[in-house]
Design a protein around this ligand. Structure first.
Ligand SMILES: *[C@@H]1O[C@H](CO)[C@@H](O)[C@H](O)[C@H]1NC(C)=O
Ligand SMILES: *[C@@H]1O[C@H](CO)[C@@H](O)[C@H](O)[C@H]1NC(C)=O
Ligand SMILES: *[C@@H]1O[C@H](CO)[C@@H](O)[C@H](O)[C@H]1NC(C)=O
Ligand SMILES: *[C@@H]1O[C@H](CO)[C@@H](O)[C@H](O)[C@H]1NC(C)=O
Ligand SMILES: *[C@@H]1O[C@H](CO)[C@@H](O)[C@H](O)[C@H]1NC(C)=O
Ligand SMILES: *[C@@H]1O[C@H](CO)[C@@H](O)[C@H](O)[C@H]1NC(C)=O
Ligand SMILES: *[C@@H]1O[C@H](CO)[C@@H](O)[C@H](O)[C@H]1NC(C)=O
Ligand SMILES: *[C@@H]1O[C@H](CO)[C@@H](O)[C@H](O)[C@H]1NC(C)=O
Ligand SMILES: *[C@@H]1O[C@H](CO)[C@@H](O)[C@H](O)[C@H]1NC(C)=O
Ligand SMILES: *[C@@H]1O[C@H](CO)[C@@H](O)[C@H](O)[C@H]1NC(C)=O
Ligand SMILES: *[C@@H]1O[C@H](CO)[C@@H](O)[C@H](O)[C@H]1NC(C)=O
Length: 440
C-alpha cells in the first residue's frame, strides 16, 4: 500500500513537473472549474462542454511580423485539445511561419479575437506545405478531426500582397504553372466544424478548401482579398471551394474577393447557403465538375436563398464540362431563391458546354454530366450590360441529359435598355419563361 502511494505520488509529481516544464514562455493554462455535483451542465450541440466549462490556454503574442510563434501555437492546440479552449486575444498578433499539421483535433474550441498572420516568405512556403493534387493546391495548415469550433471577432490574415505581386501575369490553370500559393483555411477528414465571426483577409489563393469533410458551417464571416497594387490584383481568391463534402452551410456571410464567391467542386452534397453577400466576385457557382476523364463527380441537394451579388462577372451559375476526354457525373436538385444582382455581367448562367466548347463540338462530344431539377426563383436586379439585353444564358449540351430546368419570377433589367432576353439552347421542355436560342 505504502509503495503504491509512493508510486502514485511520484507519477503525479513527475507529470506535473514535465507539463510545467513544457509550458512555453508567456503561455498560460487555467484549468476548467469542476462541475458542482448537484448541477447538470449544459452541453454544446455536439454534447461537449461550453466555453465557461473549458480549460483555457493562451500563448505569448508575436513582437513583429517575423516573430514566428508556430511552435507555441501547436503546443496550445495540443493542450486545448480534448475539451479545452485556446484563446488568441484581442489586439494581439500571432505570426505563423511554419506549416502546421492539425489533423488530429477532437473537441476543441479556438477563440480567435486577435489576428493569426502568416509570414510572407514565399521561398519557405513554396518548399514546405501540404499538397492536394486537385488543382495543385497547397496550404499553410490542415485542420482535421471532429468537433472543432473556430470563433470570435478576430482575423485570419494570409498576408497576400507579396503573393499577388509575385503571381502577377501567371495563370492557375496553366499546366506549366509551378508558382503554387497557399490556401488560408483547409479542412481534411473533418466532422463537425463550426466557424463563426471570423474575418478572412488577403489569402494568397483560395480562402477555404474543404476536403473529405462532413457537416461544416460558416456563420457571420467576412472575406476580403484586396491588393494595394493596381498592377497585381488578387487571383484565385475564391471564398469557398469543396471536394467530397457532405453538409456545407454558409449563413450571414460577406465575400469581397476577386474570384468565385461560393463554388462547391466535385462531390459536394447537402448545401445550404442563406444571406450571402458577394461583391466583385465571379458568382455563386455549382462546379465546374466533370473535368477529369474516368472520374465521377456530383453535386446534389443545394438550397441557396437570399443571395446578393454586386459588381461581378456572374450571379447564379452552373457549369459542367463537355468535349473530348472529360469526366462524368451529375448535378441535381439545386434551388436558387431570392437572388439580387446589381452590375453583374452574367446574372444567370447554365453552361453544359464548359469550357468554351462550341455548339458543333458540344453536339459531337456531349457532356456526360447530367443536369436535372434546377430552379431559379425570384432573381431580380440589373445586369452590367456587357451582354447587351441578355440577362440569362442557359446552354445545354445537345444529346446530354438536361432536364427539369425551371425559371420563375425573373426580373432583371439591362442598362442596354429594351426588353431583357433569356437565351436557351438545346433545353428540352418548358422552362417556365419565354426564351430564345442563339440562332434566333
Ligand atoms: C522580431 O522579434 C524577434 C523576437 O523578439 C527578434 O528576435 C527580432 O530581431 C525582431 N525582428 C525585427 C525585424 O525586429
Ligand atoms: C525565408 O525562408 C527561407 C527558406 O526557409 C530561409 O532560408 C530564409 O532565411 C527566410 N527568409 C526570411 C526573411 O525569413
Ligand atoms: C480520419 O480521421 C479519423 C479520426 O477522426 C482517423 O481515425 C482516420 O485514420 C483518418 N483517415 C484518414 C484517411 O486520414
Ligand atoms: C506591383 O506589382 C507589379 C507586378 O507584379 C510589380 O512589378 C511591382 O513591383 C509591384 N509594386 C509594388 C509597389 O510592390
Ligand atoms: C438577406 O441578406 C442580407 C445580407 O446580404 C440581410 O441584410 C437581409 O436581412 C437578409 N434578408 C432576409 C429576409 O433574411
Ligand atoms: C465592392 O467592390 C467594389 C469594386 O468592385 C469596391 O470598389 C467596393 O469598395 C466594394 N464594396 C465593399 C463594401 O466592399
Ligand atoms: C467522387 O465520388 C466518387 C464516388 O465515390 C469517386 O469515385 C470520385 O473519385 C470522387 N471524385 C473526386 C474528384 O474525388
Ligand atoms: C432537394 O434538396 C433539398 C435541400 O435543398 C432537400 O430538402 C430535398 O429533400 C432534396 N430532394 C430530394 C428529392 O432529394
Ligand atoms: C446520365 O443519364 C443517362 C441517361 O438517363 C444515364 O444513362 C446515366 O447513367 C446518367 N449518368 C449518371 C452519372 O448519373
Ligand atoms: C468548334 O470547335 C472545334 C474544336 O475546337 C473547331 O474545330 C471548330 O472549327 C469550331 N467550330 C466553329 C463553328 O467555330
Ligand atoms: C441545339 O441548339 C442549336 C441552336 O439553337 C440548334 O441549331 C440545334 O438544332 C440544337 N441541337 C439539338 C440536338 O437540339
Amino acid at each position: 500500500m505504502k509503495l503504491l502511494i509512493i508510486v502514485f505520488a511520484f507519477a503525479f509529481l513527475s507529470s506535473a513537473v514535465s507539463i510545467e516544464r513544457l509550458i512555453p514562455a508567456g503561455a498560460s493554462v487555467v484549468e476548467a472549474p469542476s462541475p458542482s455535483l448537484n448541477k447538470r451542465w449544459a452541453k454544446d450541440k455536439w454534447g461537449n462542454g461550453l466555453e465557461s466549462q473549458r480549460r483555457a490556454v493562451t500563448i505569448r503574442a508575436s513582437k513583429n511580423d517575423t516573430d514566428d510563434v508556430a511552435d507555441d501555437f501547436l503546443w496550445a492546440m495540443r493542450r486545448a485539445n480534448k475539451g479545452g479552449l485556446f484563446h488568441l486575444e484581442k489586439g494581439k498578433t500571432y505570426v505563423i511561419g511554419k506549416k502546421l499539421d492539425l489533423s488530429w483535433l477532437n473537441d476543441i474550441y479556438v477563440k480567435l479575437d486577435g489576428e493569426i498572420k502568416f509570414t510572407n516568405n514565399i521561398t519557405y512556403w513554396q518548399s514546405d506545405y501540404f499538397y492536394y493534387p486537385f488543382q495543385k493546391s497547397i496550404t499553410f495548415w490542415v485542420w482535421g478531426g471532429k468537433n472543432i469550433k473556430l470563433y470570435g471577432s478576430g482575423t485570419l490574415n494570409g498576408n497576400g500582397q507579396a503573393w499577388y505581386d509575385a503571381f502577377a501575369g501567371k495563370q492557375i490553370l496553366d499546366p506549366g504553372n509551378t508558382f503554387l500559393r497557399p490556401i488560408l483555411f483547409l479542412t481534411d477528414n473533418a466532422t463537425n466544424v463550426e466557424v463563426e465571426g471570423i474575418k478572412f483577409l488577403n489569402s494568397p489563393c483560395w480562402n477555404t478548401f474543404l476536403v473529405r469533410t462532413k457537416d461544416i458551417t460558416f456563420d457571420h464571416c467576412r472575406f476580403d482579398a484586396v491588393s494595394t497594387n493596381v498592377s497585381s490584383r488578387p487571383a484565385n481568391t475564391d471564398g469557398f471551394d469543396s471536394l467530397n463534402v457532405d453538409g456545407l452551410t454558409v449563413t450571414n456571410t460577406e465575400v469581397n474577393v476577386g474570384d468565385d464567391c461560393f463554388s462547391p467542386k466535385p462531390n459536394t452534397t447537402n448545401i445550404l447557403v442563406k444571406n450571402l453577400w458577394c461583391n466583385g466576385t465571379h458568382g455563386v457557382s455549382m462546379g465546374s465538375i466533370g473535368q477529369y476523364p474516368g472520374v465521377l463527380d456530383f453535386i446534389s441537394n443545394a438550397w441557396l436563398e437570399n443571395i446578393t451579388l454586386l459588381n461581378g462577372q456572374n450571379g447564379a451559375r452552373l457549369k459542367a464540362w463537355a468535349g473530348e476526354n472529360v469526366g462524368y457525373g451529375y448535378i441535381t436538385n439545386i434551388t436558387y431563391k431570392d437572388v439580387h444582382v446589381e452590375n453583374t455581367d452574367h446574372p444567370i448562367v447554365l453552361d453544359q458546354c464548359y469550357f468554351n466548347i462550341n455548339e458543333t463540338a458540344c453536339a459531337q462530344y456531349p457532356s456526360n454530366v447530367n443536369i436535372s431539377d434546377v430552379r431559379f426563383i425570384n432573381v431580380h436586379g440589373t445586369s452590367s450590360g456587357l451582354e447587351g439585353r441578355v440577362v440569362a444564358d442557359l446552354t445545354c449540351s445537345p444529346g446530354a441529359t438536361c432536364e427539369g430546368i425551371h425559371l420563375e419570377d425573373i426580373d432583371i433589367t439591362s442598362p442596354a435598355g429594351g426588353p431583357p432576353v433569356i437565351v436557351c439552347n438545346n433545353i428540352s421542355g418548358d422552362i417556365g419563361v419565354e426564351c430564345v436560342s442563339d440562332e434566333e
